[in-house]
Ligand binder design. Structure first.
Ligand code: UTP
Length: 298
């Protein structure tokens, strides 16, 4: 087994337009929408931090400065909370701060696709393996999805992507993997196809927005080839690595929520609300009320 270089960098593509949430996202970035008590971007930041990531690379665009500011030190707010004895809240605010010198940003002038967004971060990625986390995708589990993937990576090296089973009639919504050997919850990835029709899909395992990739993928992205939806797709360049490098899919533990869709966003808020120690029981009660009698809940 060759030396496995540790993964210390993560890219967060946040330059998209978030059209599915308009008009909420006219000025406010989609990645600032809250699930529970924190915005999407903080959920994925914490997941990456807990998985051992040390450099956080945001690919931003117009109207996205708020995403960086969210992780700033806020002395006035801290002082006020301190003087009011709001220790718990103070701790929460502290947790949302990024240590100095850890946040790096680059711009994507036009949202030409996820693959293009990653290419925009090429100088910051350099020649190192790196993770990608899409803030749209949240996984609710004790051990974070990326931390689980790090275990798979540290054992096998190469590239690791998170995968989950979807109904066959929905394969045309996702990147779908062609799989080889299976070893427990780790599958060999033989190919990836973006949004295949159900009868053309090689499996029903879809790619979820978590990746650990080798830097060679950037050479393929540099070709700027467009794919599904006329966008520069990450999937297409990733597929070209297969065969040259080890490529695994991890059937991760935990529930996945697609917070980039309105329905997924609502479901995630319910799930995170139920899992919240402070309000979980009340959320359950509200749901029960809606289930039994609409007027009671209203
Ligand atoms: P999505 O395609 O889900 O986000 O990309 P979107 O395009 O902003 O949303 P809709 O479809 O219009 O509602 C997933 C992630 O990749 C980023 C997005 O910001 C989001 O976090 N992204 C997407 C980019 O950074 N650049 C792009 O060109 C496309």
């Amino acid at each position: 087994m060759p030396d496995i270089k540790p993964v210390r960098k993560a890219v967060f593509p946040v330059a998209g337009l978030g059209t599915r949430f308009l008009p909420a996202t006219k000025v406010m970035p989609k990645e600032m929408l809250p699930i529970g008590d924190r915005p999407l971007i903080q959920h994925v930041y914490e997941e990456a931090r807990d998985a051992g990531i040390e450099e956080f690379i945001f690919v931003t665009g117009r109207y996205k400065n708020m995403l960086q500011e969210h992780f700033d030190y806020q002395p006035e707010l801290m002082k006020t909370l301190e003087s009011r004895g709001k220790d718990e809240m103070l701790e929460k605010v502290r947790d949302s701060q990024m240590p100095e010198g850890k946040l790096f940003t680059t711009r994507q002038a036009k949202p030409l696709g996820l693959g293009h967004a990653i290419w925009c971060a090429r100088k910051l990625i350099g020649n190192d393996p790196f993770a990608i986390l899409l803030p749209d995708d949240l996984v609710l589990n004790g051990k974070g999805c990326l931390a689980q993937m790090m275990d798979t990576y540290n054992e096998n090296g190469g590239n690791v992507i998170a995968v989950k089973d979807v109904p066959r009639e929905e394969t045309n919504k996702y990147g779908i993997v062609d799989i080889g050997k299976e070893n427990g919850n780790v599958v060999e990835v033989k190919g990836v196809i973006e949004k295949p029709a159900p009868d053309k899909a090689p499996s029903t395992l879809s790619v979820v927005g978590r990746y650990i990739l080798q830097p060679e993928v950037l050479d393929y992205l540099a070709a700027f080839e467009t794919g599904a939806g006329n966008e520069i797709q990450l999937t297409d360049s990733m597929a070209k690595l297969i065969g040259d490098q080890a490529f695994h899919g991890l059937k991760f533990k935990g529930n996945h929520y697609d917070c980039g869709s309105r329905l997924g966003f609502i479901e995630a808020n319910i799930a995170y609300g139920l899992a919240d120690e402070e309000i979980g029981n009340d959320v359950k009660q509200i749901i029960e009320n809606y289930g039994s009698n609409d007027s009671k809940a209203a």
